[in-house]
Design a protein around this ligand. Sequence first.
Ligand code: SF4
Ligand code: SF4
Length: 254
Amino acid sequence: MPIHEKSLIRPEDLHTHDELEIDGIDVSGHWSTFIESRAITDYNEAMEDEIAALPGGANIHRCWQCGSCTNSCTVNAVNPDFNPRYWIYLIRLGMESELLRDKDIIWQCVSCNKCTYACPRDVEPEGVMKATAHWLEMKGHRPKSPSILFDEVFSEQVFETGKIEEGRIIRSFFERTGQPLMQNWLVELVKRIVRGLPIQQMMKMGLATIFRPRTKNWSRARDAIAEYVEEQEANHRKALSLDEPGKGEERKAV
Ligand code: SF4
Ligand code: SF4
């Protein structure tokens, strides 16, 4: 699985000499560009299995590196460093330190699923991106991403009432991520929604915000969900060996 993409050579690995002469030939500047060679000794052989054990990651072993996911990726179109194919390559080889260089952008997948439709091997790269972001957070390599915080706010509300109230979700999400509630795009969005909504519907929404209706007999369903979530979390922690003595310290900043 060779890497041919020129963009994958990190700027810090390129070296030039302002003044250099070799065998009497002036190769100063651009002519003396060298790519630093690297010997990798820190393979993490468990990384692929760990990511495969998290939701969305199960089919990572099917990838044959065709690159269709990256070619079709919405985020790659605006940021060429966002490269699902490359990250899958690193994960499968266990090149953890190389993957960690991109830890701050992997979570930015917008779940458009274009990659999933383009993938000829049913790898479901969108799921792999989510599993990888999840893995980075569980291992303590980065704090919770806004995407995870949104999921948390959303699930907490469903868990509490069995219903979804968008206004409350947005408010809680902004609070948790330290964003101001009054944002131009949001004000504009609300204005347009209000303009197009029938009065009756608006009143219904207003009342729902105040009284927070709950789904009937929700407590039984909630207990079942809680049990399932707890079970899944325990499985994920086990897959990443997070509860083994000495492994917990790997979690740094979550
Ligand atoms: S789901 Fe994520 S990785 Fe896939 S194309 Fe969309 S942004 Fe890219
Ligand atoms: S499209 Fe599928 S098979 Fe091709 S590189 Fe991406 S994940 Fe791998």
